[in-house]
Design a protein around this ligand. Structure first.
Ligand code: NAP
Length: 242
């Protein structure tokens, strides 16, 4: 695996789950990692900066302070609620789109315009929710379809530049994600993974590291990762308890 010594990586959403695991693995591979999240006290990166991707001023200050970088991993994201669309709220819809779509697009634009060196690499954490719909997740699903569309468009617009773009689209991953989705209800969050062998944050970070450490002319365009117990957005096999 190619070492990343001498490179700088920005990881958004580095305070938990996939972002935290990715930040750690990039650092182990030699990168200087700048992590961003709202809960700055949870960041364990070499450089830890407060970042709220929904706030343009926060994003601008983050990118200015971070300085030049070679890798951007857009891992900040969330889902809120798990109900049929006609029972969902506009407030949740705004938060999800502001974070997953506008926040990711905003950070990508700022980094591209002011700090990404070439050869550079942008990695988006999409989701299998950006490939298949499942019941009771319309807002989140729509946001991840948008991320996939944006990633494809970015590949087109950056053709001819020395900038790779990758989307890593995972299925069930056991992180803080479901606790946030169920607003702190740990039992409801746990039930999502019950009877399955879900992916871990490290499994997804490992896939991101794979993409980043290929030779710089090799683009890992899309990586789709699922647990052995999942076959699509809506189909999960639950094993009986022993
Ligand atoms: N878990 C899954 O099953 C799964 C599957 C496929 C894709 N994904 C995607 O993977 C990404 C990471 O999720 P995860 O599973 O690692 O969940 P997680 O453990 O809840 O981590 C989410 C991260 O996003 C950050 N974040 C949320 N809102 C933010 C904001 N406004 N500004 C800056 N950072 C913000 C959180 O930090 P703060 O709260 O400290 O700001 C946290 O570090 C998300 O985009 C998610 O959609 C997850």
């Amino acid at each position: 695996m190619r070492r990343l010594d001498g490179t700088t990586a920005i990881v958004t959403g580095a305070s938990s789950g996939i972002g935290a695991a990715t930040a750690r693995m990039l650092a182990e591979q030699g990168a200087r990692v700048i992590g961003g999240a709202r809960r700055v006290e949870r960041l364990e990166t070499e450089v830890a900066l407060a970042l709220d991707v929904t706030d343009p001023e926060s994003c601008r200050a983050f990118v200015d302070t971070a300085g030049p970088c070679d890798i951007l991993v857009n891992a900040a994201g969330l889902a809120l609620g798990r109900e049929p669309f006609d029972r969902s709220s506009e407030e949740d819809e705004r938060a999800v789109f502001e974070t997953n779509v506008n926040g990711l697009v905003r950070m990508t634009r700022l980094v591209l315009q002011s700090s990404l060196r070439e050869p550079g690499h942008i990695v988006n954490t999409g989701s299998i929710a950006g490939r298949w719909a499942y019941p009771n997740g319309a807002t989140y699903i729509a946001s991840k379809f948008a991320v996939r569309g944006f990633t494809r468009a970015l590949r087109e617009d950056l053709l001819g530049r020395d900038i790779r773009v990758t989307t890593v689209d995972a299925g069930l991953v056991e992180t803080g994600f479901s606790v946030v989705r169920f607003r702190g209800d740990e039992a409801a969050a746990k039930a999502v993974y019950e009877g399955t062998r879900p992916l871990s944050a490290d499994d997804v970070a490992d896939a991101i590291l794979y993409a980043v450490t290929r030779p710089t002319h090799v683009v890992v365009d899309e990586l789709v990762l699922m647990s052995i117990d999942q076959s699509s957005g809506a189909r999960v096999h639950r094993r009986a308890a022993d």
